[in-house]
Design a protein around this ligand. Structure first.
Ligand code: THU
Length: 143
């Protein structure tokens, strides 16, 4: 488990935002709703949801939606992400990020980057990028 330096209120708000973003997800195929809330170093939150597609492979995960929104607006420095997922008609899970989203995190975030898997603002697991993607390939490998 991680040891973040964020305030309790910041974590609660980030997790609540991720949970709320599930309502925006477009999931006619999997019926699995995921929301994400990405906190920038300067305290802003970029949100994301999963967006599916009839051709299946163009589907974008909630986490990458949030990252790509931020990066496309010139923000590259991130403090934490909260993720919330579960079936449309079922219970929320401590939904882990997929491997592709972990690799996107590895491009922009350091090993201590906190990853919250949220069921609510107060019920969440805290991990770090180091935990969820050890021995990762990063820009440093190409330097
Ligand atoms: N999904 C995410 O949005 N994030 C993840 O990290 C795991 C999977 C989405 C993709 C797809 O729309 C649905 O969950 C089922 O795989």
């Amino acid at each position: 488990m991680g040891q973040n330096t964020l305030s309790g209120e910041t974590v609660r708000s980030l997790c609540e935002t991720a949970v709320a973003m599930r309502q925006k997800s477009y999931v006619p195929y999997s019926h699995f709703r995921v929301g994400a809330a990405l906190l920038t170093e300067d305290g802003r939150i970029y949100t994301g949801c999963n967006i599916e597609n009839a051709a299946f492979t163009p589907t974008n995960c909630a986490e990458r939606t949030a990252f790509f929104k931020a990066i496309s607006e010139g923000c590259y420095k991130f403090a934490a992400i909260a993720i919330s997922g579960g079936p449309e008609d079922g219970e929320l899970q401590y939904c882990p990020p997929c491997g592709v989203c972990r690799q996107v995190m590895a491009e922009f975030c350091t090993g201590d980057f906190p990853v919250f898997l949220a069921k609510s603002g107060t019920d969440y697991e805290e991990h770090t990028l180091n935990e969820v993607l050890p021995m990762r390939f990063t820009p440093a490998n190409l330097a």
